[in-house]
Design a protein around this ligand. Structure first.
Ligand code: GBH
Length: 507
C-alpha cells in the first residue's frame, strides 16, 4: 500500500501536467485556420474580377487605412494558393475556412455574368485542399460587396436578399459537390453596424440609427433565402450543411446590480442578439427588450415608425431555424455598466438605444489591437450563455486569434498563451456537454487587417509584404498549434526544436 502511494506520487511529480493532459479533444473535432478573400487574395482586378466596396474605398479614400496600404496584392494568395495549402499540411489541419469574393465570381454582383476565371481559381484552391484531405469551409460573404450593388444601396436595398440568393445558387452549383460546409455571412454586426452604422468598415455610411437596423433585417432575410435554397435544391444531392457566423464576444455585467444586468443584456442584444435571435430563437424576430427600447426612443424622437423594421409573422417563420450550426467568431470579453449619465452618445443612434458603457479589465493581457485582450475563460462564458438561450445548437468557433505588431520577431509567446487559454476554455465547454465541433484559428497567415492595414498581425505564419514573393515564415505559435492538433491536448512542456516546418506523414 505504502509503495503504491509513493509510486503514484512519483508518477504525479513526473507528469505535472497529467491532469490537464487527460482533457482531450475528440478525434473528430475539426481543427483549422480561417482567412477572408480581401485580406489575403490580392489580384483585386485580375482576370475579370469586378470592383468591391473595399477596392473602391481604398482607392478613392486611401487615408482611411492606417499606413494608407490596401489589399490590392495582400498575401497574393491568388498566385500563392499552393503554398497556402502546403502550410495547411505543415500544420496538419483538418479543415480550412476561407471566403469567396462575390465580385471575382460575379463581377457586377448580378448572376447574369459569371467570371470563368473566378470559378477556376476557387476550383483549383478547393481541389488542392481535397488532395490532402483538408476539408474546405466556405464563407460566401466576408465584407467585400460588389461595388455596383453598393451603388444600388447594398444591404439597404429591399432586393438585396434576392441578389444574395442568386449569388449563393452560383456558389452551391459550382462548388457544392466538394464543399460540405457553407457559411452565408461573416459577422453581421461588423457588416451592419461598422459598415452602415459607423465609419470603421466599408462603405462607411455612418447611419447608426437607421442604416444599421435596415441592414440587420435584410441580412438575416438574405441568409434565410440562401439557407432555404440550399435546403430545397442542393442538400439532398450534395449532403452538406449551411449556417451563419456571428461575432459573439462576451459582455457580462460589471457588478451584480440589476442596472448592470439590464445594461449587459441590452448590450448583448445590440451586439449580436439582433442577428442571432431571428435565426436561432424559438419565437423568432428581434430580441424584445432592445426592440421595445428602439420603438420607444423612435416615438420620442418623432419618427412615424420604429427605426428597427419589424418582421411580419410570415417573415419570422421564414427566418427561424435556418442554420444547421451556429458559427461563432470569438475574441475577447468586456464588462458592461449602465450609463451613469456621464457618457453621451449621439441621438438617435444604436449606442444611445443600448445606452451603456463597457471596458476590459486592466489586468488582462493586451494585444496589438485596442479592442483585444486575453479575457479569462470567455469562450466558455459566451457559449454556455448561447447554449441556454438557443436550445443547445451545434457550435463551430469559426474565428479566434491574437494580434502582434508588425516587425515583431517570430517568437510570439503572448499568442501562444492566448491560444492555450482558448484551448482550456473550449475543453471547459466540452466537459459541460456543449456541442462544440470545431475551431478555426484566425489566422493562417498575416493579412490585410482592414482599417489597421498591415500594422496588426494575426498570422501563425508571418508574411513579408516587402517581398514580391510574399514569403511566409512560421511563427513559434504555428509549431505549438501543430502540436495541439496532433496530440489533441495542450502540452505545456512543448517547445519546438527548430523553427523549420516539415510535413508529417499522412498530410
Ligand atoms: C474578425 O472580426 C474579422 O472577421 C476578421 O476579418 C478580422 O481580421 C479579425 O476579426 C481580426 O480583427 O476598431 O475599436 O472600432 C472581429 C471583430 C470587430 C474586431 C471590429 C475589431 C474593431 C473595433 N472585430 N473591431 S474598433
Amino acid at each position: 500500500m505504502k509503495l503504491l502511494v509513493v509510486l503514484s506520487l512519483v508518477v504525479a511529480a513526473c507528469y505535472g501536467s497529467v491532469v490537464r493532459q487527460q482533457r482531450r479533444f475528440p478525434d473528430d473535432f475539426l481543427f483549422g485556420t480561417a482567412t477572408a478573400a480581401y485580406q489575403i487574395e490580392g489580384g483585386w482586378d485580375a482576370d475579370g474580377k469586378g470592383e468591391s466596396i473595399w477596392d473602391y474605398m481604398v482607392h478613392n479614400t486611401p487615408d482611411v487605412i492606417r499606413g494608407k496600404t490596401n489589399g490590392d496584392i495582400a498575401g497574393d494568395t491568388y498566385n500563392n494558393y499552393k503554398r497556402d495549402v502546403e502550410m495547411m499540411r505543415e500544420l496538419g489541419l483538418d479543415a480550412y475556412r476561407f471566403s469567396m469574393a462575390w465580385s471575382r465570381i460575379l463581377p457586377t454582383g448580378m448572376a447574369n455574368e459569371v467570371n470563368p476565371a473566378g470559378i477556376e481559381f476557387y476550383n483549383n484552391y478547393i481541389d488542392e485542399m481535397l488532395k490532402y484531405n483538408i476539408q474546405p469551409l466556405v464563407t460566401l460573404y466576408h465584407w467585400d460587396l460588389p461595388q455596383k450593388l453598393q451603388e444600388l444601396g447594398g444591404f439597404t436595398n429591399p432586393l438585396f436578399s434576392d441578389w444574395f440568393e442568386d449569388y449563393a445558387r452560383v456558389v452551391f452549383e459550382n462548388f457544392g459537390d466538394r464543399v460540405k460546409m457553407f457559411i452565408t455571412f461573416n459577422e453581421p454586426r461588423e457588416i451592419c453596424f461598422e459598415g452602415y452604422g459607423s465609419t470603421t468598415k466599408a462603405p462607411r455610411l455612418n447611419s447608426t440609427a437607421v442604416g444599421t437596423y435596415i441592414c440587420a433585417k435584410n441580412l438575416v432575410v438574405a441568409h434565410a433565402k440562401a439557407y432555404r435554397l440550399y435546403d430545397q435544391e442542393f442538400r439532398a444531392k450534395q449532403g452538406g450543411q449551411c449556417g451563419i457566423t456571428i461575432s459573439v464576444n462576451w459582455f457580462g455585467p460589471a457588478t451584480e446590480t440589476p442596472e448592470d444586468e439590464v445594461a449587459a443584456e441590452l448590450r448583448r442584444q445590440g451586439e449580436w442578439g439582433i442577428y442571432a435571435h431571428p435565426i436561432f430563437s424559438a419565437e423568432g424576430g428581434f430580441p424584445k427588450e432592445l426592440s421595445d427600447k428602439i420603438a420607444e426612443n423612435s416615438a420620442k424622437q418623432g419618427y412615424a415608425k420604429s427605426r428597427l423594421p419589424e418582421f411580419t409573422e410570415e417573415e419570422k417563420a421564414f427566418v427561424r431555424g435556418t442554420s444547421d450550426f451556429f458559427g461563432v467568431n470569438h475574441y475577447t470579453a468586456f464588462m458592461v455598466s449602465a450609463n451613469d449619465g456621464k457618457t453621451s452618445f449621439p441621438v438617435p443612434s444604436l449606442q444611445d438605444d443600448m445606452d451603456n458603457i463597457s471596458f476590459a479589465d486592466d489586468d488582462w493581457l493586451k494585444s496589438a489591437s485596442a479592442w483585444l485582450t486575453l479575457a479569462p475563460n470567455s469562450i466558455y462564458k459566451a457559449l454556455s450563455h448561447l447554449r441556454t438561450l438557443y436550445n443547445d445548437p451545434i457550435f463551430y468557433l469559426t474565428e479566434n486569434g491574437w494580434s502582434t505588431y508588425e516587425g515583431r520577431d517570430l517568437i510570439d509567446d503572448d499568442r501562444i498563451e492566448y491560444y492555450r487559454a482558448s484551448m482550456e476554455s473550449m475543453l471547459n465547454c466540452l466537459d459541460d456537454g456543449i456541442n462544440l465541433k470545431g475551431y478555426m484559428a484566425w489566422s493562417l497567415l498575416d493579412n490585410f487587417e482592414w482599417m489597421e492595414g498591415y500594422i496588426e498581425r494575426f498570422g501563425l505564419y508571418e508574411v513579408d509584404f516587402e517581398d514580391p514573393a510574399r514569403k511566409r515564415t512560421p511563427r513559434k505559435s504555428a509549431f505549438v498549434y501543430k502540436n495541439i492538433i496532433k496530440n489533441r491536448f495542450v502540452d505545456y512542456e512543448y517547445e519546438p526544436e527548430t523553427m523549420t516546418m516539415t510535413i508529417d506523414e499522412g498530410h
